[in-house]
Structures are given as C-alpha cells and as structure tokens.
Design a protein around this ligand. Structure first.
Ligand SMILES: NC(=O)c1ccc[n+]([C@@H]2O[C@H](COP(=O)([O-])OP(=O)(O)OC[C@H]3O[C@@H](n4cnc5c(N)ncnc54)[C@H](OP(=O)(O)O)[C@@H]3O)[C@@H](O)[C@H]2O)c1
Length: 231
C-alpha cells in the first residue's frame, strides 16, 4: 500500500513530536498530536504550529499514518489492537536517561523497531525520523533540490510503505535514503555512526555502508549468528 499520507498522527508531543508536527503542518499536512493524557494541556501549543491536539484514539482513527515520538520505554502502553493495519513510523530510540536501564532495548540481536513491530502485531512499522536531533530537524529542513539539503534514512519491509514515508520525509524538507528492511533500522540506533547524523544523502549512504565493518556492526552480526539481516 502506498496511498499518500494526508493526515499525519503523532503520538508524543515533546521536543521531537512538536518539531515533526511543525514540519508536517508547514508542508500542508493535517496534523493531529497526542500525549499520554488528555489533549487540553497541549491544545494551544499545537494550534500555534498549525496542528491539532487530540486523544490517542482520535489520532489513530483519523490519521493515515502515525509517528511514534514517545519515550521508547513506554511503547507497550500503545494500543496495539487499534493500530493493526496502520502505517506506523517509529521515531523512537533507547535513551537510558529517559527509559532507565533496559537491556531489552539495547540487545544487538534485535533492533528496537522489530520489538515495536512484534508488539504492534499487524501494524506496518517503518523506522524513520529518529536519527537526527530535534534541533537539527528544525534548522535543516529545505526544499527539494536546495544545495546542502540533509537526509533522513528509512528502514522498512514493504516497498509501498517505504515509498509513502519517503514522500513524507521529502515534504518535510529532507532527502529520503532507504536503509533496508526493518531489521536494518539498528544502523540508525544509538551506538551506530548514523545516529545523530545531520548529513546529506551521499554521506548518509556512506555511513550505512560502513556499518557492517564498524564496531557496532561486528557486535550485531556476531549476536545474529554472523549475518546482519536478510537483504
Ligand atoms: N529529542 C530528540 O532530539 C529526538 C530525536 C530523535 C528521536 N527522539 C526520540 O523521540 C522520542 C521522544 O523524545 P523527546 O525528546 O521528544 O521526548 P520528550 O520531550 O520528553 O517528549 C515525550 C512526549 O511523549 C509523551 N508521552 C510520554 N509517555 C507517553 C505515552 N505512554 N503515550 C503517549 N505519549 C507519551 C510526553 O507527554 P506526556 O508525558 O504529557 O504524556 C511528551 O509529550 C524518544 O523515543 C526519543 O528517543 C528524540
């Protein structure tokens, strides 16, 4: 399925969620944003950036795709049943300062997006929008073709979903770079060179190509029995 995203839902209204909402609203998307509790406390802030504060249920009901921009350690609070069948863009990373010490979220055998996919059974999870810091996202958005435009990597298993997320990334002001299947999203996590990358498409592709030979890449391959993932 590669239907264009018109209404974008975002779960998590903090630093990342707010910047993504701003970029998507500026690009002409209808944007609905939820936090864990009632939407009223964020209503004015969201209206100011052209988005609408909503409940999580309303976001899921009305959006064509949902971005996860909440602390990764809380992913099991998401309503998995309601998200079945949906395109879900996982922008979350493990960060011990926010998530606590969670060896399950730092296990080289599994990317965190695969854990999210396993929990959100039946959803179509794509990893994107999580390797660049929120301030860089805010500062670096540029129209397609602009010199020095920066890139965002995308990992996912379905070609149509990769295409839909690529369009979103492009509309938000970044060149989309396909990293590979969802399992390859581990190349975008903390500990990998591309985590934090604020670089153009050529440099981002080069970082992804270097992953296999990097220290983290070797650890991941060993933990996975010698093969990074099916290509
Ligand atoms: N900050 C960055 O530069 C950056 C960049 C890339 C990726 N990320 C990733 O994006 C995620 C959010 O980071 P952040 O820096 O934006 O954090 P943040 O500023 O602390 O914001 C987190 C947001 O998530 C909401 N939230 C918390 N628990 C929730 C739940 N169970 N259900 C729904 N919403 C919930 C919080 O609102 P309430 O507590 O009011 O519900 C808050 O709006 C993290 O996984 C992080 O690794 C961050």
């Amino acid at each position: 399925m590669d239907a264009p995203i018109r209404t974008l839902g975002i779960i998590g209204a903090g630093r990342l969620g707010t910047v993504l909402a701003t970029l998507a609203a500026s690009a002409g998307y209808r944007v609905l944003v939820a936090r864990s509790g009632a939407p009223e406390p964020i209503a004015r802030a969201m209206a100011a950036i052209g988005a609408t504060a909503s409940s999580i249920d309303a976001v899921i009901d009305e959006a064509d795709a949902v971005v996860l921009a909440l602390p990764l350690g809380s992913y099991r609070t998401l309503p998995a049943q309601r998200l079945r069948g949906m395109l879900v863009i996982d922008a979350m990373n493990y960060w011990w300062g926010a998530d606590g010490i969670r060896p399950d979220l730092n296990d080289p055998r599994t990317s965190t997006s695969e854990l999210v996919q396993e929990f959100l059974h039946g959803a179509r999870v794509v990893k994107a929008l999580g390797h660049m810091g929120y301030q860089d996202l805010e500062d670096e958005a540029k129209p397609a073709g602009a010199p020095g435009r920066k890139a965002i990597a995308i990992a996912g298993d379905a070609a149509g979903d990769l295409a839909a997320v690529s369009r979103l990334v492009d509309d938000m002001g970044f060149d989309p770079v396909i990293a590979g299947p969802l399992a390859s999203g581990i190349m975008l996590e903390p500990g990998a060179e591309a985590f934090g990358a604020d670089v153009d498409a050529g440099e981002l592709r080069a970082m992804l190509e270097r992953f296999e030979a990097s220290q983290r890449g070797i650890v991941v391959a060993r933990a996975r029995g010698g093969t990074l993932w099916e290509r």
